[in-house]
Design a protein around this ligand. Structure first.
Ligand SMILES: NC(=O)c1ccc[n+]([C@@H]2O[C@H](COP(=O)([O-])OP(=O)(O)OC[C@H]3O[C@@H](n4cnc5c(N)ncnc54)[C@H](O)[C@@H]3O)[C@@H](O)[C@H]2O)c1
Length: 351
């Protein structure tokens, strides 16, 4: 077997995240190391299916697992309750039981829906995350947040349900379109700014770092944050750095600005807000690194527009809003302010 970097997550459920180049071809042996033989229901999208599902299915079958597969059209528009219901009806028709497994093969859209279906099918069944995008590898596959979108907003129906195993094959990143890979780097940079100056320095040196090392560092940070605050009551909000204003930008653009691009802009704005609040001035290093990874850091919206949309953020508490602000590169804090102060701050900085 290949050499794996292993990160153990100690939440309400303990599980391993295994990172390695080339793990999909031996995924059956990896799963057999941790689980008795059973049936595995694979959830994947059409693109990932054509690239990786055969490799995964063959390896699982060679190791004594029997597989069934449900495929849906790729993209965020599929992340809804109808797709999950379709999958759940498929699980029932295939007589998948609680001693079987669900396996999410794909990006965050696949992982969020497989996780949610696993949380509710027969009141909870075990699932394995096999992330194939950088965003899914460093973020959505770990931590147990599962969700689908409704017309009122993203991720508004969901559950906390930790996976039983995460297997990340860094070779899958090689087939990612450049813009999707870049979006993942926005989240990677975020980890550096919030908690890991060394990661920030590694990323600043070259855009061609070792993916296994970078992913493992990000997962270790997410593991630490999620272990301290599994149900998102406090410290986990640090992971929202760049996201509150990023979400507003995404919404205002009607999703023509991608999530990663919006987070990149949101991180620069958060750094400017921090400086305006009297914290350290880290605007230049943050702006420089996101530009180095190909992001445009300009903001096409006004303070009033950003403010109005950020009021609908589901993380807002009554008349207050919490923004994540860098105290320095590698250390962020939660800064809670009255909502109207956000407008005044946004008006004072150059967006
Ligand atoms: N649960 C969490 O904690 C969490 C955290 C962050 C984001 N998310 C969610 O993740 C979703 C975004 O995830 P995403 O960016 O991975 O999107 P995605 O799953 O839609 O994948 C993006 C595109 O890449 C394709 N793709 C996937 N892997 C590929 C590969 N190896 N080669 C070629 N193409 C490939 C997919 O088919 C899709 O078209 C959002 O719905 C977001 O809400 C969840």
């Amino acid at each position: 077997m290949n050499n794996y970097t292993t990160i153990r997550v100690n939440t309400s459920k303990q599980y391993d995240v295994l990172v390695c180049n080339g793990s999909l071809a031996e995924i059956g042996a990896v799963v057999a190391n941790q689980f008795d033989k059973c049936r595995i229901a694979i959830l994947t999208d059409d693109i990932v299916n054509s690239l990786y599902a055969d490799t995964v299915t063959e390896s699982l079958q060679q190791n004594g697992f029997s597989c069934v597969k449900y495929i849906f059209p790729n993209g965020e528009r599929s992340k809804n309750i109808n797709t999950v219901l379709g999958f759940i009806n498929f699980l029932a028709a295939e007589q998948i039981t609680r001693s079987d497994l669900i396996l999410a093969l794909g990006g965050g859209v696949v992982g969020d829906m497989a996780g949610f279906a696993s949380a509710i099918y027969q009141r909870g069944i075990r699932y394995i995350q096999v992330p194939t995008t950088l965003l899914a590898a460093v973020d959505s596959s770990v931590g147990g947040k599962t969700a689908v979108d409704i017309s009122a907003g993203k991720n508004l129906i969901g559950a906390f349900h930790q996976p039983s195993l995460v297997i990340c094959d860094t070779a899958t990143l090689e087939t990612l379109p450049a813009n999707i890979l870049r979006d993942g780097y926005a989240e990677v940079i975020k980890y550096g700014v919030i908690l890991d100056k060394k990661l920030f320095d590694i990323l600043s040196r070259s855009t061609k770092g070792n993916p296994e090392e970078i992913i493992a560092r990000c997962i270790s940070i997410k593991r630490d944050v999620v272990t301290a605050d599994e149900f998102d009551k406090g410290e986990r909000q640090l992971l929202n750095f760049g996201h509150t204003l990023g979400h507003s930008i995404e919404l205002l653009s009607n999703f023509t600005i991608t999530h990663g691009e919006a987070v990149a802009k949101g991180m620069v704005i958060a750094a400017k807000l921090g400086k305006e609040c009297g914290y350290a001035d880290v605007v230049e290093p943050i702006k420089n690194i996101v530009e180095m990874y190909g992001f445009d850091t300009s903001c096409p919206y006004s303070a009033e527009q950003l403010y109005r949309v950020s009021l609908s953020d589901k993380k807002r508490q009554k008349e207050k809003i919490t923004i994540v602000i860098p105290e320095s590169v590698g250390k962020c804090i939660l800064h809670t302010i009255p909502t109207e102060e956000l407008l005044s701050l946004l008006n004072r900085i150059k967006l």
